[in-house]
Design a protein around this ligand. Structure first.
Ligand SMILES: Nc1ncnc2c1ncn2[C@@H]1O[C@H](COP(=O)(O)OP(=O)(O)OP(=O)(O)O)[C@@H](O)[C@H]1O
Ligand SMILES: [Mg+2]
Length: 240
C-alpha cells in the first residue's frame, strides 16, 4: 500500500529545511571545487605518483558526493510511506543481527526487554532505517570501552514505545539542542566513525510521518536513551 502523506512541517522546521538546502549546496560546491582543483593538477602534472594522488582525491570526493546524494534522496522520498503489517520485535532483531559481529568485536552486549506486541502498520524499510541509525549511534557513543545497549518495547494507552539505551559517553546539554539538526555531527573520521549528521533529522521526519515522536534523555559521561513513540492504530491515509 502506498500512501502519500502531506508533510506536517511547522515554521521552525521550514527554516531548518531552508538551512538544509543551503548546506547541501555548500557541501556540493566544496566537493566540486576540490574535484576541479585536483583535475587541474592532474592535467598539468607529469609525475605519475602525483597524477595517481590526484585521481585518488577525485575518487574520494566522488564517494562523498554519492553519500550526500543518497541521503538527499532518502530525505526527499520520506514523504511517501510504503505501509505493511510488521512485527516490531522481529524488525528490531533484524537490525541487531545486521550489526551483531561489529558489536561483538567492540565488546558491546545487547540486552533485550521486549513485550509481546501485536503487529503494527508501518513503513518497515523506513522504521528499519531509524532503528539502524539509533543502534549505530549507540555503538559509536560507547567508543572502545565496551558497554551495553538496552532495547525495550512496550505498549501503554495504545502507544508503542521502543527505547534504545546506551551507557556511552552521553550528550552535553548544549549539544542536545543540536542533535536533530541536519548535518550536525560530532563524529570523527580519524576514529572511523564519520557521519553525515543526517541520521537523526531523517529519523525524526520518518517518525513524525507515522504520527509519532522521537525523544531523548542523556547524561554526559553516563549514557543516552532515545524513545520512539508510535500510535498502535494508524488511521490512513496519513495526512499531516
Ligand atoms: N546515543 C548517542 N550518544 C551520544 N551522542 C549521540 C547519540 N546519538 C546521537 N548522538 C549525537 O548526535 C549527533 C547526530 O546524530 P545523527 O545520527 O543525526 O548523525 P551522525 O550519527 O553523526 O551521522 P549519520 O547518522 O548521518 O551517519 C551525533 O554525531 C552525536 O554527536
Ligand atoms: Mg547517526
Amino acid at each position: 500500500m502506498h500512501i502519500n502523506s502531506k508533510s506536517n512541517i511547522k515554521l521552525d522546521e521550514e527554516k531548518s529545511l531552508e538551512i538544509f538546502a543551503g548546506v547541501i549546496a555548500h557541501e556540493f560546491n566544496n566537493l566540486l571545487s576540490g574535484i576541479q582543483a585536483w583535475a587541474q593538477i592532474g592535467e598539468k602534472e607529469k609525475d605519475e605518483n602525483n597524477i595517481r594522488k590526484a585521481f585518488k582525491s577525485i575518487n574520494e570526493a566522488c564517494y562523498k558526493g554519492t553519500i550526500l546524494v543518497k541521503s538527499l534522496l532518502n530525505f526527499s522520498k520520506s514523504q511517501e510511506l510504503d505501509i505493511t503489517t510488521t512485527n516490531i520485535n522481529d524488525l528490531l532483531d533484524e537490525t541487531i543481527n545486521l550489526l551483531a559481529i561489529q558489536l561483538e568485536k567492540k565488546n558491546i552486549t545487547i540486552e533485550k526487554n521486549y513485550s509481546t506486541i501485536q503487529n503494527i502498520m508501518i513503513d518497515k524499510g523506513k522504521i528499519y532505517q531509524v532503528f539502524l541509525n539509533l543502534l549505530i549511534n549507540a555503538r559509536d557513543a560507547i567508543e572502545d570501552r565496551g558497554g551495553c545497549i538496552k532495547i525495550s518495547t512496550s505498549v501503554k494507552d495504545k502507544l508503542l514505545e521502543v527505547s534504545f539505551s546506551d551507557n556511552g559517553k552521553g550528550i552535553s546539554k548544549e549539544n542536545l539542542r543540536n542533535i536533530f539538526k541536519p548535518f550536525y555531527s560530532t563524529k570523527d573520521k580519524h576514529r572511523g566513525t564519520l557521519g553525515t549528521g543526517l541520521g537523526l533529522s531523517i529519523s525524526r521526519d520518518i517518525i513524525r510521518h507515522h504520527r509519532g515522536e522521537i525523544l531523548v534523555e542523556s547524561a554526559e559521561g553516563k549514557g543516552t536513551t532515545f524513545y520512539i513513540v508510535l500510535p498502535m492504530e494508524q488511521s490512513f491515509p496519513l495526512v499531516g
